[in-house]
Every structure is written in structure tokens, then in C-alpha cells.
Design a protein around this ligand. Structure first.
Ligand code: ADP
Length: 485
């Protein structure tokens, strides 16, 4: 038989195979090889015909290969397929590669029957597993492979660094070596629970996890668990990160937030008390001036009366400012969230502004608004402030046109109050939301500069935000976003 011999059965399958197949006779001579064998050994079928199979192995491997064949033949009664073996194979050009060789009888397993050898080039497989090993080794996480009895099979470099053990101190040990004493007893049960219900997931959701280092100290850690299976055996791959730094930052942020909250409360309290207590002496000043002017106007000259008028005006303004402050401090106090139909709220706000709407000849278009869980009185005040500003900051001689709308967006609702008024310069869009900040003198437009800061506080009480889109002389649209809780 020559190397172009074509076994009648499955010939086309063998030819198409991506595994090299070589048939040898009982004295080890090549009878047949498929195309893949030609490709991996660089020989043609003709060249190998009748040659000894050991041609395809380097000299040092010959005895090993014969021994491998021998073992197979000796076990032939019991085994049809030989256990795979690892060998180096030799190409025509003298280069070597690692192969996995499989062996089985072709036809009757009698002494002079043919043997089929399969060759798989393991170099690529080895390369891939070497790359995988490198990735695991250089991973920033500690990676630990554990079998189902809880024994450690593999650890990477980071595991040694994190827990302070050397690799050989860990392999074969129980996973509980990393578990703090107080939890050691419970851990095997938890482990069993994971095995019974295993899917990739973080461990100990909602609990603070700690790992025990070799020196007895504990580190806060985060653990991801992945069940894996290899050749029918189940393992768990644990990926562990040291979260000491993250915990420190989180703790610092928590402390900082607490302090800010306390300071904010203190400040609010201060504003409330100060504005509340300032009202009384201010009221007295106003009343005294009124009385004084009433009783003494005949004895005062024009200049003195004018000055008294200034004092009266200033104290009235001061009263307004103090009231604004007090209202600001009071916003949201004892308020409760409830389901509120915002269509009705806007109608009520409009009713409150009836006079100024009429005076200015304002047109207000209101689109359908949602029903939301909000602070009712505060939200009414918010719409009232925005509508009254839209009327107040109109272009002289132009009737205000106002449009109120709401759009469902990701996480909540975005409202818009649009006007055709004087607009806002782009560099002032942030400033207008700050308390007592105004862009105009009182002789141009009445006001104390507190309406929009109220609006901002109200929106923030709902965990939302407010902003404006505007161009000078070209109208403004005030937007605010209310998240759905
Ligand atoms: P006030 O109206 O009492 O000044 P606000 O806090 O309500 O206080 O507004 C702050 C400033 O923002 C106003 O002085 C005005 O310059 C500007 N502003 C507010 N609303 C509008 C608007 N709809 N169009 C143009 N400018 C506006």
C-alpha cells in the first residue's frame, strides 16, 4: 500500500479533517496520511510513503514513541483508543513542535492490523494557555481557583501580595485560611450554599467583607465568584480586590457630608432666627417714622421730609429683604410630599397672578402636566415665581407670551416655562439663581432678587435641578427637572 492509499470508509471526512491523520502498519511504516498531516509536517504524501513513522520524531524521542506504541498494543484488548501522549514532532525542515498523539486500531485489532495516529499541534494551544497564565498572573486582583471541597488549586501573584503568603503555602490549603476567625465556622456553609446555587455574582452583597492576612490583620475586600467547569470537574474562581483605599475615601465622604449637612442646618437655623428677630425692630422703625412724619411734618423743612421719606423706603425694603430671607429659611419646613395634579397647581398659581396677567395682557398656554408626588405649596410657589418673572421681564410694549410644558425624560419629568421677554445675557445664567442677585435696578424692574433662589431651593428639595436657556432680547426658557422616586 502506498501513501496515496485511500481507505474506502470515511475517506472524505479524514481528508477534510483539521487534525493530522497517519496510518501505519504493524512494523511502523507509513501507509497513509491526510492533507492536514502533509501541511503540518511539510512532507508530501509521496515523500512519506513507506517511510518509518519515527521519521516524524526527533532522535531523542524515538524510544519514547516506541514505548508509547508498545503500551497501546499491550493494552489493545481493552483499549481501542490510546491515552494521549505528549511528544515533540519533527518537520521536514528540521523544526520541532509539541504534539498530542492519539492512537487507535483501524479494522481488526489483530497483530498485523493498521494503526491510526492523530497529531495535534499543541504549540498554539500552549501559547494561548501561556497568555492566559500571564493575564491571570499580572491581574490587579487576587485570583484564586478553589475546588468544590474548598481547597486552593491555584493563586496568582496578587494573592501573594494581598494576603502575604507565598504560593506554596496556599496550594492545597482550605479557602478558610483567608477568612477571619469569627467567620471561619460559618464559611463552609456559605461556600456550600454557593455551590448549590452557583452563578457568577459578587459575594456577600450588602455586607462588609474582610480577608485575613498571614500576619493576622484584616483587610476590607470585595469578592466576585465564578463557577467554572473543566473536564467535568467543577471549580470556583474567586476574584478579590483590596478596597482599603476606597473604604477610606467613602468614610471621608460620609463624614464630610454629615458635617456639611450639620453646617447647613445650623445656617438655616441662623437665617431663620436672625430674620425672624430682625422683623420686630424693623417694624418699630417703620411705625415710628410714620408717626414722626404725621406729628412733626409741620415743623420740618422740605429737605428733612425728603430724607425721612428715604429712611421710610429703606426700612420698607429692608423688611422685604428680611421677609424674603425668612421665607427662604422656612421653605420645605414641615412640608409633606403628596400626589399632586400639577395642572391644578398651575391654575391656582395663575389665579394668584390674575391682576398682573390682565395688566400685561399676557397669554399663557399650558400643556398637559403630570400628576406627581411633590411638595404641593412649594411647587405652586415655584410656578408662581416663574410665571410672574416671565410677565415682569417682558419687552416694553410687547404682550408676554408664556408656554408651560412638561416632558417625561429618563428618571423623571422636565418642565419648561418659556417666555418672549427680555432674555438673559449668557454670562449671568448662573448668577440669577443666587439669593439677592439681580440684573436690573429697582427703577427698571421691581424686586429683591429672591424669587429664583426660592425656585432653586424648591427644586432641590425634590432632588431635582433648575437651569435657564436664554438669549439676550430673545426670550428665556426656565427648565426644571423633578426625578420620580
Ligand atoms: P427678582 O425678580 O426679584 O429680581 P429673581 O430671583 O426672581 O428676583 O430673579 C433674579 C434676576 O433674574 C432678575 O433680577 C432678572 O434679572 C432675571 N430674570 C428672572 N426671570 C427672568 C426672565 N423670565 N426673563 C429675564 N430675566 C429674568
Amino acid at each position: 500500500m502506498d501513501a496515496t492509499f485511500k481507505p474506502p470508509v470515511f475517506q472524505s471526512i479524514v481528508e477534510a479533517s483539521t487534525i493530522a491523520h497517519i496510518v501505519i502498519n504493524s512494523v511502523g511504516k507509513i501507509e497513509y496520511l491526510n492533507t492536514c498531516a502533509e501541511e503540518i509536517f511539510y512532507y508530501s504524501k509521496k515523500e512519506l510513503s513507506g517511510r518509518e513513522i519515527v521519521t516524524l520524531f526527533p532522535q531523542r524521542c524515538h524510544s519514547g514513541f516506541w514505548a508509547f506504541l508498545q503500551t497501546f498494543i499491550l493494552q489493545s484488548g481493552k483499549l481501542k483508543t490510546a491515552t494521549n501522549n505528549e511528544l515533540y514532532a519533527l518537520r521536514k525542515d528540521g523544526t520541532e513542535f509539541l504534539v498530542e498523539v492519539g492512537i487507535s486500531f483501524v479494522g481488526n485489532d489483530t497483530e498485523d492490523s493498521l494503526l491510526l495516529l492523530t497529531f495535534i499541534d499543541k504549540t498554539e494551544r500552549e501559547k494561548a494557555s501561556e497568555q492566559f497564565r500571564l493575564v491571570v498572573e499580572s491581574a490587579p486582583n487576587a485570583i484564586i481557583l478553589v475546588d468544590y471541597s474548598g481547597r486552593i488549586i491555584m493563586v496568582n501573584k496578587q494573592t501573594e501580595i494581598l494576603f502575604g503568603y507565598r504560593r506554596n503555602e496556599l496550594i492545597g490549603e482550605r479557602m478558610e485560611i483567608f477568612v477571619p476567625k469569627r467567620l471561619k465556622k460559618r464559611h463552609p456553609t456559605l461556600r456550600q450554599h454557593f455551590y448549590n446555587n452557583s452563578h457568577a455574582r459578587p459575594m456577600g452583597a450588602g455586607r462588609d467583607l474582610y480577608g485575613l492576612m498571614k500576619d493576622g490583620t484584616e483587610v476590607p475586600i470585595e469578592i466576585g465568584l465564578n463557577p467554572i467547569e473543566k473536564d467535568g470537574t467543577h471549580f470556583v474562581l474567586a476574584s478579590i480586590i483590596d478596597i482599603t483605599e476606597r473604604k477610606k475615601t467613602e468614610d471621608a465622604i460620609r463624614l464630610y457630608t454629615k458635617r456639611i449637612e450639620a453646617k447647613n442646618k445650623e445656617l438655616e437655623q441662623f437665617t431663620y432666627i436672625a430674620s425672624h428677630d430682625l422683623r420686630e425692630p424693623l417694624n418699630s422703625i417703620s411705625s415710628l417714622i410714620e408717626l414722626f412724619v404725621e406729628n412733626e411734618s409741620h415743623s420740618l423743612d422740605k429737605e428733612a421730609l425728603k430724607q425721612l421719606e428715604y429712611i421710610a423706603k429703606s426700612s420698607t425694603r429692608m423688611k422685604e429683604l428680611v421677609k424674603g430671607l425668612l421665607d427662604y429659611a422656612r421653605l420645605g419646613k414641615n412640608a409633606e410630599f403628596k400626589e399632586t395634579d400639577l395642572n391644578q397647581i398651575v391654575e391656582l398659581a395663575k389665579d394668584d397672578l390674575e391682576l398682573s396677567i390682565k395688566d400685561a395682557g399676557a397669554e399663557i398656554e399650558i400643556q398637559k402636566l403630570p400628576v406627581l408626588n411633590v411638595l404641593e405649596i412649594e411647587i405652586r410657589l415655584l410656578f408662581q415665581n416663574l410665571i410672574s418673572n416671565a410677565i415682569k421681564y417682558r419687552n416694553p410694549g410687547v404682550a408676554p407670551k408664556i408656554k408651560i410644558s412638561a416632558n417625561k425624560v429618563k428618571g423623571g419629568w422636565r418642565f419648561a416655562v418659556e417666555d418672549n421677554g427680555i432674555g438673559i445675557p449668557s454670562n449671568q445664567k448662573e448668577k440669577i439663581f443666587i439669593i439677592f442677585q439681580r440684573l436690573h435696578g429697582r427703577n427698571e424692574y421691581e424686586g429683591i432678587g429672591i424669587g429664583l433662589s426660592h425656585c432653586r431651593k424648591i427644586v432641590e428639595l425634590h432632588d431635582g435641578k433648575i437651569w435657564v436657556d436664554s438669549e439676550l432680547n430673545n426670550g428665556s426658557t426656565f427648565y426644571f427637572f423633578i426625578p420620580i422616586k
